[in-house]
Design a protein around this ligand. Structure first.
Ligand SMILES: [Zn+2]
Ligand SMILES: [Zn+2]
Length: 187
């Protein structure tokens, strides 16, 4: 009887431990920022007055072929995509072209990359676009097209350790409180 109980406890412990091990990666994958250690765009939702963290799967894109500019503004939910689209140019300036210290408009930052983020080949010296307030250079026009379809992998190659773009961890225990964060840096 005692032996049976002991082996039961051992079995239970083993199962519990295995469950614990198996559960850990699942928990990590569920968190929003899990796949985006760095996010090369805004971190707080402009449609929610910059109070909520964005969910990278929701974004509004704007393309100005004449100006050679492309932008991706991240939001927190599908509903916020529509809100942003109505006034996306204003948000673009606010988020990506405003000096956070002075509040004045600033020029786009030239990344001066020598190799194309898509092909890895040398840039052609004439093909570039402005993306989220940064000038990115390419080897050919086709690469700009594939870049704007999904800019994050290309940006990760260009700025692998750009700490200022690191996706912030959600503060513990704050939940969905809408207070705080109002002193965001976009204004
Ligand atoms: Zn939102
Ligand atoms: Zn290229």
């Amino acid at each position: 009887m005692r032996c049976t109980l002991k082996s039961l406890v051992v079995t239970f412990m083993a199962v519990a431990f295995c469950t614990f091990l198996a559960a850990r990666p699942v928990v990590a994958a569920e968190s929003k920022e899990g796949d985006f250690e760095y996010l090369y765009g805004n971190h707080y939702c402009p449609a929610c007055n910059y109070s909520d963290l964005v969910d990278p799967q929701f974004h509004a894109d704007i393309s100005n072929k004449k100006a050679g500019a492309f932008a991706r503004i991240y939001v927190c939910s599908a509903g916020c995509v529509d809100k942003i689209k109505k006034d996306i140019a204003k948000y673009y300036t606010e988020i990506y072209r405003t000096d956070k210290k002075t509040g004045k408009e600033k020029p786009a930052l030239d990344l001066k990359n020598k190799t194309c983020p898509m092909s890895g080949e040398a840039i052609d010296g004439k093909t570039s676009i402005e993306y989220n307030g940064m000038i990115v250079h390419f080897c050919c026009a086709d690469c700009t097209k594939s870049f704007v379809k999904d800019p994050e992998p290309g940006m990760r190659k260009l700025l692998p350790e750009a700490k200022e773009y690191k996706f912030p961890k959600k503060p513990e225990g704050q939940g969905n409180a809408h207070e705080g964060h109002t002193d965001h840096d976009g204004k």
